[in-house]
Design a protein around this ligand. Structure first.
Ligand code: BGC
Length: 758
């Protein structure tokens, strides 16, 4: 039990006011005044944005020389896409750079008259960017018409045309599978036609949140000399893209998803967009896993694709297995004309056994340092065999079938590991299945819970109840304006006991607050660097900005998988690949921790579509769930030990994730040993427990082991305390919630709050 006042340190005193707030709800937060930029941030953000750019094609037009005259087309040169929309974007940055700023910065020779034309066209109120509103942001913008005369005049003065095409995406809104969404608009086609009709060298820069259709590459070939994907790259994006275009940085980003020739070729396209119930009929075969196994020709670019201005040779230096780890050694030499870094992606080809498996999966990855021409680096990649094992529902365990495991990186065989026998990992309970007697499983767990948890046994029930809910709204005072809410000691009673409140802020693109904070490259851009060290360092700086604002928790990383290129929040997520996603998420967690800030990985689990995200029932077989969608979370929990986790809005096999005993208690805490606090995504769906009909809403949630409802609707005043009726109404009734269950959640929250604010 905490004596009143014991933990009232400086931080706690700062929140010794009853929390008030507003439901800023999901709207963007008006920016407060200027602030200085964190030392080192601009350079690192610029590096990350540049190294996250992926050069898809290049006929040697790139890199450009600053002596080459270029003409820049497309309004996005001015109205650059720096971030996605919603909680995963919406940062108020200290400054922004667009492509023209970047061209100025590198001293490029570009057509100023054309740029000025674009600038004044964009500034004309008739063409102003429509800001849209929550869930209805325009994904593309009308283009300035380019007449043949204008194109011809520009071509008379420039050798190379740069064409910028932009797409945003955002929360609560998927990318539309139509022109302006996944496909080019009529305007954009006209622009490409006009430019390719007059220029022999056209470089297309895709300033996008998601991968988009690339069939136009065939249409306008061979005039399209190069295509560069610049993911929504944050505040330094314009400078970063110019760095790549002009060879200050040799491109070293690689795709984190396969890009299909045709959207329909993605197996997820069969069901994506359904809003009530969505069967993941493709099982583990999403993206590259599907294409490489069944339809290599349907893949325009494989996962891992990305060109460089230099070239590398690879010398395998052997591999060895130590228990369930494989160490792959190679020597990478820069054999090309300029300095550059190289991403090494090690693929594993498992033996064809009884389990049908993808032909290859990503097993490990690394990034070299900057290598000058002729310079070499020895690299060791570490592949965790457990992370590439298949889940065998018959044996109820992850399994590595006997046979040869071939590891290749960048088309070179690095080594082979042979298993003489099947390796069968620990046996696991069936989860998220209607065939399981969930009631029995939950009862067994509840019986095992000890009451009188340390620190909370003396708390009154309303106090315990308050610990299982956030302060009530977003934007709580006295937190910084624009925060996402608070939990922990959010009532006067709890604060009087010295229990501090924990303040949260979004999100994956940097701290989403009213005050100015750095805007990072989006998660897909960061993952495209394949450089966990860089991501870790960047997030350490972000952590400093979060802490400086008095915020304890950054609601990031987002780590759902890119099941379809259309998911509106793909930009907040890293990849279609669970291993890459898991390691990138770990880097985020570790970076934030180094700055004394907690990460909150999200959304656990299967939040792979925005349309109908609150109602959608994802139907997924256990193998797919474990092998794909849970795996990044498992890797992150194992390697980085986050102390928080956010559930998702959707249902998984009939049960909302925020009520899922199996996801939270059986898997996350039971199998993976997670000891932290589980919070809901913001608000939750009301429901009764099918297993225990007396339990509804908060009681149903607490029984599942989901500790905190965020932001924690206020509830009503009862006996002098604000409580939400649903938690306590069944207390001590047969099958009702028990004090021990509430204490278990409250104790975790208390431990987190007091350790966080120590
Ligand atoms: C999003 C979360 C976010 C939360 C708070 C929700 O709508 O799904 O990712 O952290 O809002 O803004």
């Amino acid at each position: 039990m905490i004596p009143a006042g014991k933990f009232v340190g400086r931080a706690a005193r700062a929140v010794m006011r009853t929390f008030t707030g507003s439901n800023l709800a999901q709207n963007s937060v008006a920016a407060e005044g200027e602030t200085s930029v964190t030392a080192g941030m601009s350079a690192l953000a610029r590096q990350a944005a540049a190294e996250g750019c992926v050069l898809l094609a290049n006929d040697a037009t790139l890199p450009l020389s600053t002596d080459t005259a270029v003409a820049v087309f497309g309004r996005r040169q001015i109205d650059w896409v720096h971030m996605g929309n919603g909680s995963g974007g919406d940062v108020n940055p200290p400054y922004l750079t667009n492509l023209i700023d970047g061209l100025e910065d590198v001293g490029a020779r570009y057509d100023h008259v054309l740029a000025e034309l674009y600038r004044s066209w964009c500034a004309d109120p008739r063409h102003a960017m429509d800001p849209g509103f929550w869930g209805h942001w325009p994904q593309s913008l009308p283009e300035m018409p380019i007449s043949p005369v204008l194109a011809e005049a520009a071509a008379a003065n420039a050798e190379v045309a740069l064409v910028v095409i932009g797409r945003t995406a955002g929360e609560d809104q998927d990318l539309a599978p139509e022109p302006g969404g996944y496909y080019l608009t009529e305007d954009e086609h006209e622009l490409l036609q006009a430019v390719t009709g007059h220029f022999a060298h056209v470089v297309v820069v895709l300033d996008v949140c998601n991968a988009i259709d690339l069939s136009w590459m065939d249409l306008y070939a061979p005039k399209v000399s190069a295509v560069l994907i610049a993911w929504a790259g944050g505040m330094e994006a314009g400078n970063a893209v110019a760095d790549v275009l002009y060879g200050r940085v040799s491109p070293c980003g690689r795709l984190t998803d396969a890009i299909a020739r045709d959207l329909a070729d993605h197996p997820s396209s069969a069901t994506f967009g359904q809003t009530k119930r969505q069967e993941y009929t493709e099982g583990v075969f999403i993206g590259h896993r599907h294409f490489s196994t069944y339809a290599p020709n349907e893949m325009r670019f494989p996962l891992g694709h990305g060109l460089s201005y230099t070239s590398f040779s690879y010398e395998p230096l052997g591999c060895e297995r130590q228990d369930m780890r494989v160490y792959l050694h190679l020597c990478v030499t820069n054999v090309g004309p300029c300095a550059g870094r190289d991403a090494i992606v090690a693929w594993c080809e498992a033996p064809r056994g009884l389990i049908q498996k993808p032909l290859v999966v990503v097993a490990a990855f690394s990034k070299t340092g900057e290598l000058r021409p002729g310079e070499s680096e020895e690299v060791t990649l570490v592949a965790e065999l457990r992370d590439i094992a298949s889940f065998d529902e018959t044996r109820r365990a992850f399994v590595l079938e006997r046979g040869h495991y071939h590891f290749r990186a960048n088309d070179v065989l690095l080594g082979k590991v042979t298993l003489d026998e099947d390796v069968v990992f620990e046996r696991l309970e069936p989860i998220c299945s209607e065939d399981v007697d969930l009631r029995e499983r939950i009862l067994a767990h509840v019986e095992g819970l000890r009451s009188e948890q340390s620190g909370v046994s003396e708390l009154a029930l309303p106090e315990l109840e308050a610990l299982t809910r956030g302060a009530g709204t977003m934007n709580v005072a006295p937190g910084p304006a624009g925060n996402a809410g608070a939990f922990g000691g959010t009532t006067p009673e709890l604060q009087a006991r010295g229990i501090p409140a924990v303040l949260c802020a979004d999100g994956p693109s940097g701290a989403r607050l009213a005050r100015r904070r750095s805007l990072l490259p989006c998660a897909t851009a960061l993952a495209s660097t394949w450089d966990t060290g860089l991501v870790r360092d960047l997030y350490e700086l972000v952590g400093g900005e979060v802490a400086e604002a008095g915020v304890d928790v950054l609601l990031a990383p987002g780590m759902n998988l890119h099941r379809s290129p259309l998911c509106g929040r793909n930009f907040e997520y890293f990849s279609e690949d669970p291993v890459l996603s898991g390691h990138m998420a770990s880097a985020v967690v570790e970076g934030l921790r180094a700055a004394g800030v907690n990460a909150c990985p999200k959304h656990f689990a299967c939040n792979n579509q925005e349309l109908g995200r609150n109602t959608l029932d994802v139907r997924v077989d256990e193998r797919t769930l474990r092998e794909l969608y849970l795996r990044p979370f498992q890797i992150c929990v194992r390697d980085a030990k986050p102390r928080l986790m956010m559930t998702s809005y959707n249902k998984v096999n009939g049960v909302w994730a925020h009520y899922s005993f199996d996801l939270v208690t059986t898997v996350l805490r039971g199998e993976w040993g997670f000891e932290g606090v589980v919070i809901t995504d913001w608000w939750m769906q009301r429901s009764r427990s099918p297993e225990f009909p007396l339990l509804r809403d908060n009681a149903y949630r607490v029984r599942a082991g989901v500790d905190v409802l965020m932001p924690g609707n206020i509830g009503r005043v009862a006996r002098g305390h604000r409580v939400h009726p649903s938690l306590l109404e069944s207390l001590d009734k047969p099958d009702g919630i028990t004090r021990a269950e509430i204490e278990a959640c409250a104790a975790r929250v208390l431990a987190f709050a007091t350790q966080t604010k120590r």
